[in-house]
Design a binder for this molecule. Structure first.
Ligand code: NAD
Length: 310
């Protein structure tokens, strides 16, 4: 991995991933791309709509990249509102990116999600290989995407790799319309108003992870010795299993007057209830050494400090 093209580079993950990749591989060796224009000019950037495969191919070829990290997607909550558009972007964009990787012989990374599981999946310590019958358009896209990445590896020898991300928590770019977005909003509201109204109900557990762990996972997996990878795509990775009241409890250690109330959104609550409570990430640990550094306490301390500093 020496020269990398990132799609969806201005999103919640991409905006921090590009910065981290540039520190490691050099600014000129990381090409950010997105359908939106970037506001600050801090390195090579191209407008690319991933549903336009020819444009993606020509930008990858022109910059002579050896790796593509494909992040452009429509997330779970938005995908339920416009499911056909989610299919076109999530599946159309993915196959275009995989085709570019096949034609130009590139290493390939794309994230799947806990959304790839469904109500019939075992909820606690969800195994790496288990039942996947999701009930959302996003989940359908993610399962199909996992299989498509496996297919490109087995059929064409493309070096595809990927993880199943839990809900990601970060303070640089706001999340883009997922079901776990509340776990970011709660910190901003704690700093700004000392109160938060959660659209996810009490006692609803989901897996979460702090962005530094999510970014380290990408770098580690992409640099891992391929001989050790039995799974390649869609590794379960996990750090924190939490419900809204767990965030409130941690926040109160720093802001004692913080209050949490509930106004449940049935659409996002339904999605949340169809997802696992916690994942078993032992395959990722065994095959490429994954280990999360942040628990909910350490993450809360850092989130509150960084948001207050803005
Ligand atoms: N953030 C999370 O909690 C989370 C959890 C699990 C998996 N993931 C996965 O990680 C990936 C990135 O997620 P994210 O949170 O950064 O998403 P995001 O919504 O924050 O960012 C997506 C980016 O894609 C861009 N985009 C939209 N349509 C495009 C198009 N047609 N062509 C090119 N770019 C386009 C958007 O402008 C945006 O900058 C997705 O595959 C998502 O499913 C994210």
């Amino acid at each position: 991995m020496k020269k990398i093209l990132v799609t969806g580079a201005l999103g919640q993950i991409g905006s921090e991933l590009v910065t981290k990749l540039r520190k490691t591989y050099g600014t000129e060796n990381v090409i950010g791309t997105d359908i939106k224009k970037q506001e600050k000019n801090d390195g090579p950037f191209e407008i690319v709509d991933v549903t336009d495969g020819d444009r993606l191919f020509s930008v990858a070829k022109e910059h002579q990249v050896d790796t593509i990290m494909h992040l452009a997607a429509l997330l779970s909550a938005k995908a339920e509102i416009i499911p056909k558009m989610a299919w076109d972007l999530n599946m159309g964009g993915l196959i275009n990116a995989l085709e570019v990787a096949r034609e130009l012989n590139l290493q390939f990374f794309t994230p799947s999600s806990i959304g790839a599981f469904g109500p019939s999946t075992p909820k606690d310590h969800t195994p790496q290989d288990t039942i996947q019958r999701p009930t959302t358009m996003y989940g359908v896209n993610k399962v199909a995407g996992e299989l498509l990445c496996d297919y490109y590896y087995h059929r064409f020898g493309v070096d595809t790799r990927g993880v199943r991300y839990p809900g990601l928590i970060s303070h640089v770019t706001l999340p883009g319309g997922g079901t776990t977005d509340y776990a970011v909003e709660i910190y901003y509201e704690a700093i700004n108003n000392k109160a938060y109204t959660s659209y996810i109900a009490e006692h609803t557990y989901m897996d979460m992870m702090y962005m530094p762990d999510a970014l380290n996972a990408i770098m580690q997996l992409m640099e891992a010795n391929p001989d050790n990878l039995k799974h390649r795509n869609a590794f379960n990775i996990s750090a924190i299993s939490a419900a809204p009241e767990d965030f409130a409890k941690e926040i109160r250690k720093h802001i004692p007057e913080f209050t949490l109330s509930y106004d449940v959104d049935p659409v996002r609550q339904n999605i949340a209830e169809s997802w696992p409570n916690s994942l078993d990430s032992s395959a990722a640990a065994d095959e490429w050494g994954f280990k999360a550094e942040y628990d909910i306490g350490r993450m809360t301390e850092d989130m509150l400090e960084k948001i207050a500093g803005k």
